[in-house]
Design a binder for this molecule. Structure first.
Ligand code: IMP
Length: 199
């Protein structure tokens, strides 16, 4: 019988990434949408680890018989003290990402140190509530100097993040290229190894 893991998100794109890696290990990955559940926990922590745990523990309380996985992620810009960091989703809430990205480039005007990293922390809680583990994935790079022209792949801050590993922006990368190096895939590979896979 397949083991069920609830992934504490409504983002189908993320669910698909996790499903692709965990299905071969015999795990069935369910999203909050699959279970008709809302996200109730408020992300009040100041770290990715903290917010990821808040989400996982909330769902574990509400679904006592399932193993639970959560993630929290964002973009950290070194010269801005880690901003937008845990506030990546809430920064200029209500505005589209073109505006948010342009606002970040505006803040970075004249700043030479453009180093940045995408970060994901995933938390896993097993169904017997004996194990709670966090996995941190990072991809380093820098913030581009001008807003890129033309159609972009991906979402969020992808167009303004130039990945060291890819030597191009996430916006220019194909989904496969991004998945090879991204913060989320790096955290996911650690979870995959923890669950017995050979990543
Ligand atoms: P979440 O907590 O994983 O939902 O991510 C918070 C926010 O970080 C998202 O709303 C995006 O703004 C940003 N973010 C996270 N991962 C990515 C990514 O892979 N590309 C671009 N932006 C991302």
């Amino acid at each position: 019988m397949n083991k069920k893991i609830v992934f504490a998100t409504h983002n189908e794109h993320k669910v698909q990434e996790v499903r692709t890696m965990l299905s071969p290990l015999g795990y069935e990955v369910l999203s909050l949408s699959d279970l008709h559940l809302s996200e109730e926990a408020e992300e009040t922590a100041e770290t990715f680890e903290g917010n990821s745990r808040i989400k996982a523990e909330d769902i574990a309380r509400r679904l006592p018989r399932y193993a639970v996985l959560s993630d929290d992620s964002g973009l950290e810009i070194r010269a801005l003290g880690g901003f937008p960091g845990v506030h990546s989703a809430r920064f200029m809430e209500g505005e589209g990402y073109e505006k948010k990205n342009k606002a970040i480039l505006e803040r970075m005007k004249g700043i030479e140190d453009r180093r940045a990293a995408f970060v994901t922390v995933m938390t896993y809680i097993d169904e017997e509530r004996k194990i709670e583990k966090s996995f941190r994935g990072e991809d380093t790079g820098r913030i581009v100097s001008s807003f890129p022209e033309g159609k972009q792949n991906g979402f969020g801050y992808d167009p303004i993040f130039f990945s060291d590993a890819l030597q191009k922006t996430y916006g220019e990368a194909s989904p496969e290229e991004k998945n090879r190096v991204s913060h989320r895939s790096r955290a996911l590979r650690q979870l995959f190894a923890h669950l017995g896979g050979r990543a």
